[in-house]
Design a protein around this ligand. Structure first.
Ligand code: ASP
Length: 367
């Protein structure tokens, strides 16, 4: 098993001067960061009661606090995102675990995935029907099977064999979700209207060792049929983590995220940006003959600043919009940034970093 270490910064002043988007970081910095989401969509003030608004913020704050506590105590990113997502899955406000949306056949089919950026190990499940916490099943696939993705009956069987907590269908059901599917089936509302907010949950983090992880869990889209699977369990579309670039979890209209490979695309663009910045700095150093041999550039020497990372995420989400997709992503980077990008009116979201920053937001006009 290989590990991608985050290489300590060795940029010289000359290199820094040429990499306009690089920011220096003190050697003794111990940093961590986490971002979470609870879905994106037409989340607007006039569509949410003040009570619901408060309930969602309380839930997001609790999940963020759980992840932050683990990271602050030196815990790893994988543990932090797993614990965070379990809390969100157990909360009926979100479309994951308890409170998952119903399929056309009035069943619940849950999708989830998880990825470790230190070795690119990953696990995913699609269409599972009896596991209380699908994120734990995705993690079991990653850690205890030779596979990356299991689906349907086989995934349910693997879950039982792993001794994960099983539930009966009534566990997932909530009156709100039942009403939604009944309204759709009675043709009283269109699926589009029901899904005015999606409710998928996800978390991404970087721990104090520079390791990154990402995870996503969902009930999918209301009234989905024919074994439809969205982006959430697809590594590279809904979830991706790589210590060398970023950790991403997505939410939104899954078909578009799959077509664009959104999570992997953002990480790849960050990697390319790092490489280009390194090349620019390398050229500049080589011009200075006396330093020719003194500086060796390796991946990890360059750090992208907040604006550079945000721009890359925003560009990919803009492209998602261009092909008709709505939704958003949360990101964490090897440089301790945690943030979001979305093209919907709102996204349930939160972020916290070792700098002491912590915030939870719902609407697009909030920080
Ligand atoms: N991305 C999920 C899916 O397409 C839905 C969501 O994020 O709300 O299944």
């Amino acid at each position: 098993m290989f590990k991608f270490a985050i290489i300590a910064p060795v940029l010289t002043m000359a290199a820094l001067a040429f990499s306009t988007n690089a920011a220096a970081q003190k050697d003794d910095d111990v940093s961590w960061s986490i971002a979470i989401h609870g879905g994106a969509g037409t989340i607007e003030r006039d569509k949410i009661t003040p009570e619901k608004d408060a309930e969602i913020r309380t839930a997001l704050n609790a999940a963020l606090a759980e992840g932050s506590k683990i990271l602050k105590a030196g815990g790893n990113a994988m543990e932090a995102i797993t614990a965070t997502i379990v809390l969100l899955e157990n909360d009926p406000n979100f479309n994951a675990g308890k409170g998952a949306v119903f399929t056309w056949d009035k069943t619940n089919e849950l999708d989830s995935s998880i990825m470790d950026g230190s070795d690119l190990s990953a696990g995913a499940v699609a269409g599972v029907t009896a596991t209380k916490n699908p994120i734990l099943l995705a993690r079991a696939v990653k850690d205890k099977s030779p596979h990356v993705m299991l689906s349907g009956k086989g995934a349910d069987q693997f879950s039982r064999e792993q001794g994960l907590e099983q539930v009966t269908p009534d566990y997932y059901a909530t009156p709100r979700r039942l009403k939604q599917i009944e309204d759709v089936l009675a043709k009283q509302v269109s699926v589009k209207d029901v899904d005015y907010k999606f409710g998928t949950v996800g978390a991404v983090a970087m721990d104090s060792n520079g390791n990154m992880a990402a995870g996503t869990s969902t009930g999918g889209m209301t009234a989905k049929r024919w074994g439809r699977i969205g982006d959430s369990p697809v590594i590279g579309a809904g979830t991706y983590a790589d210590n060398r670039s970023c950790a991403i979890s997505a939410t939104g209209a899954g078909e578009y995220f799959i077509r664009l490979g959104v999570a992997h695309e953002i990480c790849t663009r960050i990697k390319i940006r790092i490489r280009n910045t390194e090349k620019m700095a390398e050229k500049a150093i080589l011009k200075r003959k006396n330093q020719e041999k003194a500086v060796k550039f390796r991946l990890g020497n360059v750090r992208l600043n907040d604006e550079a990372v945000q721009k890359i995420a925003d560009e990919v989400i803009a492209e998602l919009g261009q092909i008709g997709g709505t939704g958003g992503i949360i990101f964490a980077t090897p440089w301790g940034q945690a943030g979001y990008s979305f093209n919907t009116p709102g996204m349930y979201r939160g972020r916290a970093t070792s700098d002491g920053a912590a915030s939870v937001s719902i609407y697009g006009d909030e920080e």
